[in-house]
Ligand binder design. Structure first.
Ligand code: NDP
Ligand code: 8X3
Length: 250
């Protein structure tokens, strides 16, 4: 009997690669996202309904999230790994120029959606002494211009992960915050509203992380012995490092 992992945001980027990598390791996958055609294609690619169960819902919608989890067929109900990957950034502008709707969408997705599905699955994860892997970001740790609310949501994800550790350690549930840096996916197209020139410029010559790099990290975390917890893991491409503090002069 295969163990079951749920991967949110499995329609592209990290989530798609994580689902593929865990399935290759023998996991059953519950794959979530809003784009049903991509979920169905992923299921077909990974061996059909015995291996992947697609769940199409908007993670910002609590009722839809509850209904989706309640609809899981036998064989996919005993979830022992939750990969909280669904998330997004919207905009790169200074706070004073930002659209409040975009701020709300990031908070509703990256914080409220993540917290909701986590709470709804905690009993199952405790019952199976499971694992929660949360996709935070280098933006959890380092501020940058235009990062404002996105960075705030990812700092929440990291701190929520560490807080969960405190509450769940007595139940044998492991929690890991993964904090990737520059990574090539649809993330930048979503953030810029489909600006392919911005996408090309960001990644040009940078040899960024690829979704498969993050998927391999998640596979490694999931394969560790049950007494080992990776608390947080910051990952950058070699090309990315730090700059000096900036100083604004009058
Ligand atoms: P992608 O844009 O490629 O994938 C994002 C995924 O999230 C998609 O599957 C999308 O599915 C899902 N998603 C977004 N909003 C919702 C929603 N409301 N309901 C359900 N699913 C949703 O980006 P990445 O793979 O790069 O990003 C994955 C995670 O990693 C995010 O949390 C991101 O913040 C984080 N991250 C990304 C980095 C990067 O540079 N790429 C670096 C560090 C962290 P759909 O649209 O079908 O609903
Ligand atoms: C995505 C990485 O640096 O664009 O979380 O915030 S960054």
């Amino acid at each position: 009997m295969r163990n079951t992992a749920i991967v949110t945001g499995a329609t592209s980027g990290f989530g798609d690669a994580i689902a593929r990598r865990l399935a290759a390791d023998g996991w059953r996958i519950v794959a979530t996202g809003r784009r049903r055609d991509r979920l169905d294609a992923l299921a077909d690619a990974l061996g059909g309904p015995d291996v992947v169960h697609p769940l199409c819902f908007d993670i910002r919608d609590e009722a839809a999230t509850r209904a989706a989890l309640q609809s899981l067929p036998e064989g996919f109900q005993d979830i022992s790994v939750l990969v909280n990957n669904a998330g997004l950034a919207l905009g790169t502008g200074a706070a004073q120029d930002c659209d409040l709707e975009q701020w709300r969408a990031m908070i509703d997705t990256n914080i409220t959606g993540l917290v909701t599905i986590t709470r709804l699955l905690l009993d199952r994860l405790i019952a199976r002494r499971g694992l929660i892997v949360n996709l935070a970001s280098i933006a959890s740790n380092w501020p940058y211009p235009g990062g404002n609310v996105y960075g705030g949501t990812k700092a929440f994800v990291k701190q929520f992960s560490l807080g969960l550790r405190c509450d769940l350690s007595a139940h044998g549930v492991r929690v890991t915050s993964i904090e990737p840096g520059l990574s090539e996916s649809e993330f930048t197209l979503v953030r810029t509203g489909g600006d392919t020139a911005a996408y090309d410029a960001l990644y040009a010559g940078a040899n960024p992380l690829q979704p498969e790099d993050i998927a391999e990290t998640v596979r490694w975390v999931a394969s560790l012995p049950p007494h080992v917890n990776i608390n947080s893991l910051e990952i950058m491409p070699v090309s990315q490092s730090w700059s000096p503090f900036k100083i604004h002069r009058e």
